[in-house]
Design a protein around this ligand. Structure first.
Ligand SMILES: [Zn+2]
Length: 72
């Protein structure tokens, strides 16, 4: 059975938007990139369900490779 991806990302997005904007900005700028071996900013990300929390999946602002940030 195919899961409804839109519904899933909608509820994940709701959780993300429930976080205060200042905190969200801080989280976006505090993602560890395993290619840069440094803390970087995440770009072009999508919010996904990642029980018990959510995950941001996007790209590293420095090198453009895939990075993810989990938030409980
Ligand atoms: Zn990087």
């Amino acid at each position: 059975m195919k899961k409804n991806e839109e519904t899933i990302s909608f509820s994940a997005n709701k959780k993300w938007l429930a976080i205060p904007v200042d905190m969200r900005k801080q989280l976006e700028r505090n993602v560890f990139c395993s290619y840069c071996l440094d803390v970087v900013q995440i770009e072009n990300y999508v919010v996904k369900e990642s029980p018990p929390g959510i995950a941001l999946e996007g790209t590293c602002k420095k090198c453009g490779k895939g990075v993810a940030r989990f938030i409980e």
